[in-house]
Design a protein around this ligand. Structure first.
Ligand code: UFG
Length: 349
């Protein structure tokens, strides 16, 4: 007779989790954490913004030969065939999406087509296979420009500042509508704040294709000499030093939140739909990030002052109490760790 603990262990150890966007920055770190927790990541990615070498990095860390399934989520039949081939899935972690805020303003159709199209297709797959657990990669951009910099999950969603942010709001709404329509899957949205860093092993990390949009990859590329200088966008925000404030969180901490969310959904008491902020709970300014990076990595690089970047909100950071108390999730890495790991990864490229 198996104990409840043994049954739970067996169930988890046998669970295939479809991981869309699994070769990307956050996805590759989630694949590692899924393995660590006894889940089997079924890595799906169309490599539109990632490299297949990420899967080699994941394999080095997990000590297993991980497999990349090069499929676009919008090709629903191919996703269905894959799931049948691997013998079914119990959960889905859906990340596959475009994520550059500025690009989404320039080319909204690209974002609506890919982000909402993929979500629609993957939700139909979830319904078809009666998937138990579904984690959606959402973003703090759903809050728009909040009145208070510290946001809780009940802070109202503001006007989305960009088509990218709107696709995340729509994704969350789609899951709520499915629940209302009687679909049995449990859904969790994780609203990420600003993911940074890399795996401590430096086998996986962020690989921006072309010129980086995000602050930390830009700092790394400037430090290594690929870029001449870093521009600080704006010095006249109503913040402590005039630059924008964000909640920068280590990518490994974001990854562990997905495992916690999957485990949470197995509890009979978990509601059918829930939302969690995944941030450190602390805001740092652009200038603080630059200074900390220089200090912990003992490196200098050129910084110039520029004007505000369109679409940026002045300040936002997470209240993460709900994730801490309900998921039992806690960020483990410091800002210094994240900036060291980002730099260690950059040096391997
Ligand atoms: N910044 C600079 N110089 C740069 C790049 C960025 O000063 O070269 C500033 C920005 O103006 C902003 C801050 O650094 O004030 C952070 O900018 P990022 O582009 O790194 O991050 P964002 O907050 O704009 O957005 C990021 C992701 C989104 C995600 C969001 C919240 O790009 O996909 O975090 O999750 F939705």
């Amino acid at each position: 007779m198996l104990t409840d603990f043994a049954k739970a262990y067996l169930r988890i150890s046998m669970s295939n989790i479809l991981l869309t966007g699994g070769a990307g920055f956050i996805g590759s770190h989630i694949a590692v954490e899924l393995r660590k927790a006894g889940y089997v990541p079924i890595i799906l990615d169309n490599l539109s913004n990632s490299l297949d070498s990420a899967v080699d990095g994941i394999s080095k860390i997990t000590g297993r030969k991980e497999v990349l399934h090069n499929i676009d989520c919008r090709r629903e039949n191919e996703v269905v065939d894959l799931i049948e081939k691997v013998g079914g899935i119990s959960g889905i972690v859906h990340l596959a999406a475009f994520k550059a805020v500025g690009e989404s303003v320039q080319n909204p159709s690209k974002y609506y087509d890919n982000n909402i199209g993929s979500m629609g297709s993957i939700l139909r797959v979830a319904e078809k296979f009666c998937v138990e657990q579904f984690v959606f990669s959402s973003s703090c951009t759903v809050y728009g420009s909040p009145q208070e910099a510290e946001v809780t999950e009940s802070t109202p969603m503001g006007n989305a500042y960009s088509p990218y942010g709107y696709t995340k709001q729509v994704g969350e709404r789609m899951m709520i509508d499915l629940v209302k329509a009687g679909v049995k899957t449990k859904f969790v949205s994780l609203r990420y704040f600003n993911p940074i860093g890399a795996h401590p092993s430096a086998w996986i990390g962020e690989f921006p294709i072309g010129k980086p949009n995000n602050l930390v990859p830009y700092i790394c590329q400037t430090s290594i000499g690929l870029r001449d200088e870093l521009t600080v966008y704006g010095n006249d925000y109503n913040t402590r030093d005039g630059s924008c404030i964000r909640d920068y969180i280590h990518v490994c901490d974001i990854a562990t939140a997905h495992v916690k969310a999957l485990d949470y959904m197995l509890k009979p008491t978990a509601p059918q739909h829930d939302v969690f902020n995944i941030g450190t709970g602390k805001g740092n300014s652009v200038k603080e990030i630059i200074d900390t990076f220089k200090e912990v990595n003992e490196i200098e690089f050129k910084v110039i002052q520029g004007s505000r970047r369109p679409g940026d909100v002045a300040a936002i950071y997470a209240n993460n109490q709900k994730a801490q108390s309900i998921l039992g999730w806690h960020p483990e890495y410091t800002l210094a760790d994240a900036l060291k790991h980002a730099w260690n990864w950059q040096k391997t490229l």
